[in-house]
Ligand binder design. Structure first.
Ligand code: GCU
Length: 417
């Protein structure tokens, strides 16, 4: 019986994946929901109208229908710093682990944040904060970083056995976290294994921060992406207590599913001064209604725990969504936002990622800020930015690379340095 069910699930997944469209000419015509017309049909024309009314309406729809809202719950939060010996930094920077512990009567969840800061700073360090897929120890070759204990996504790389990290995993994702570059440009870096916040498998929300609640999420309550975003805000809580860091200069960054989380964190928590989405695709920066590459049905089938249950009702019914992802990007305004794609990453719909960013422009305009001038997706490896909206499509595949970081740092420099 169990095997028959498994075969059925695999067959359904296979048929959904192979039925994906990659042909622009086959995208059905669609109309996007109005960004600047409120729920009662009135056009928003002022910053006040946006900030006091429309922004909240849009945030609520995303919360109720897509990512799921975080229920009210009480917890205690404590921070414990442990220095990590890092002679390779030659005194130019410090490496620490900050244990962010969240606890209440239901239990305790520990988020281990790796924090690397340029040395001898005067309380003004800007920081890039991002979740990682494979444990803090994979982001850097330093042998003293604590090895992630929680469930690791995928199991196909050297250094991982049965979804757990081993010594051999050290530094295996270092190319995604170009520390030297980040430090040299005057930034700090903070990263947490996403599995510390919520392990990325469909566990009925028994694990991670969900376990701190008395009951499991109902239809409009948080899935894993919302839990990750919430965890990013807990890192932000910590930054506000560390006087080496400038909490007004924190950029939240994420790749792929973790880019979906960085966008949702940026939408909810306006303490993040800059938001970066790297190849976040469906459920991230890409417009859902384009139905090219990954679709709502495909994502909800393969990852039923990512979004709230209400989102499943839009499987193959994208036109009924009361929002689309350009509205998510608009929630970042007036803060700077950067969206990046990769040319070969058609699953994430590079063009749809660019369109969302472009279509968020009217809100930046309300604030009197410069916006992207050209509605055409830029050429490969030709970044564009208006100062507040940045975009590039990099040659190559689904990844976050040194090239991507070069662009993010250039963009962040305009606001933070
Ligand atoms: C899958 C998934 C994407 C996701 C990606 C990732 O490809 O379909 O939505 O962005 O994994 O996180 O790497």
């Amino acid at each position: 019986m169990k095997n028959a069910l498994l075969i059925l699930v695999i067959m359904t997944m296979h048929s959904i994946m192979s039925a994906q469209n990659y042909d622009e000419s086959k995208i059905p015509p669609f109309t996007l929901p109005e960004l600047l017309v409120n729920n009662s049909g009135h056009r928003i024309t002022t910053v006040e109208g946006w900030e006091n009314q429309r922004r909240g309406e849009i945030l609520k729809i995303f919360s109720d229908q897509m990512y799921g809202k975080v229920p009210d719950f009480e917890y205690e939060i404590t921070y414990d710093l442990r220095p990590v010996e890092a002679p390779e930094l030659a005194g130019k920077a410090t490496m620490e682990e900050v244990m962010i512990s969240l606890s209440n009567a239901n239990g305790k969840v520990d988020l281990t944040m790796l924090l690397i800061l340029p040395a001898n700073t005067q309380g003004n360090v800007p920081v890039f904060l991002g979740l990682n897929f494979r444990g803090n120890q994979a982001t850097n070759t330093n042998p003293n970083i604590t090895i992630a204990k929680n469930y690791i996504i995928g199991d196909d790389r050297p250094g991982y056995i049965d979804h757990r990290a081993t010594e051999e995993s050290r530094g295996t994702a270092a190319s995604r976290w170009p520390l030297e570059l980040i430090l040299e440009k005057g930034y700090g870096l903070a990263t947490i294994h996403c599995g510390d916040i919520d392990p990325d498998f469909d566990d009925g929300f028994e694990n991670g921060v969900h376990a701190l609640l008395d009951s499991r999420p109902v239809a409009d309550e948080w899935g894993t992406i919302a839990a990750w975003a919430w965890g990013l805000s807990r890192a932000m809580d910590y930054f506000e207590t560390d006087d080496r860091i400038d909490p007004n200069k924190v950029a939240v960054i994420g790749h792929s599913r973790l880019g979906k989380a960085s966008l949702w964190a940026g939408a909810n928590d306006q303490r993040f001064a800059l938001v970066i989405s790297n190849d976040s695709g469906c459920g991230g920066a890409a417009l859902s209604r384009r139905r090219i590459g990954e679709t709502v049905e495909a994502i909800n089938t393969r990852f039923p725990h990512w979004f709230c249950r209400n989102f499943h009702q839009y499987n193959d019914r994208e036109d009924e969504l009361p929002i689309d992802q350009h509205m998510l990007i608009a929630l970042m305004a007036p803060r700077p936002v950067y969206v990046a794609s990769a040319q070969e990453d058609q699953w994430a719909d590079p063009k749809g990622e660019f369109r969302s960013l472009y279509l968020a422009s009217p809100v930046y305009q309300l604030f009197g800020l410069p916006v992207l001038q050209n509605q055409q997706q830029p050429e490969v490896d030709k970044p564009v930015d208006s100062g507040f909206q940045g975009y590039h499509v990099r040659s190559g595949g689904h990844d976050i690379t040194r090239y991507d970081w070069d662009q993010y740092i250039k963009f962040a420099d305009k606001h933070f340095q």
